[in-house]
Design a protein around this ligand. Sequence first.
Ligand SMILES: C[S@@+](CC[C@H](N)C(=O)[O-])C[C@H]1O[C@@H](n2cnc3c(N)ncnc32)[C@H](O)[C@@H]1O
Length: 215
Amino acid sequence: MTDWIARWKNGEIGWHKDRVNARLIAFIDCLELQQGDLVFVPLCGKSQDMMYLLECGFRVIGVELSALAIEQFFDENQLNYSKHQSGQFKVYQAENISLYCGDYFALNKMLLSAVSAVYDRAALVALDGDLRTKYAIHLYAIIPNGCRILLLTLNYPQTQISGPPYAVNAKEVRLLFTKFEYRQLECFNDIDNEPKFQNEGVDFIEKVTYCLHKK
Ligand SMILES: C[S@@+](CC[C@H](N)C(=O)[O-])C[C@H]1O[C@@H](n2cnc3c(N)ncnc32)[C@H](O)[C@@H]1O
């Protein structure tokens, strides 16, 4: 965990994109959201995708270890926010968005009882093997029945380069989310747009999108 805090402090945030993720735009409909619905963004960083969700008329609840990331999110998007303490979390709030600063694994079911959907980009794949299992078990435990998840993953030969982001193949996704209804929406090789992987001689990097449903 200290590693993530240090990355934010040192500005080593190569995963962060200044534009909205194209797969969120392409597949948001699979979440079957209504205006005003609440979307949970685990390990949210300062993702611009949260601004897109707000602009679409949804509400957002996120969790992020780094206070710096959260403060940068609000400052860079010129959103006025207030802060309060709630249990183990410092909560940063602006209109239609609450970002909980603290550990994802400390979130409980009550806090997420109003959530309709989850958006996971670079959350599952940020975690190493054991933590991914813990992440999926915890997610199932804290989100309500009926919740849908838009999950974006990466898969590449893990022997050719180390994570994060970690390679998570379709078999692992199936195993991790065995209690969910599961649909793969898209899978393509994006090696041409990944110079870091190309420079390391990685053969391919698949970007895979799933829609999961907790029945
Ligand atoms: C790879 S980044 C992805 C951020 C964001 N989802 C995005 O798409 O830009 C992973 C983020 O998870 C945060 N993080 C890691 N472990 C966490 C935990 N246990 N609880 C909350 N946040 C965590 C890190 O600080 C980091 O900002």
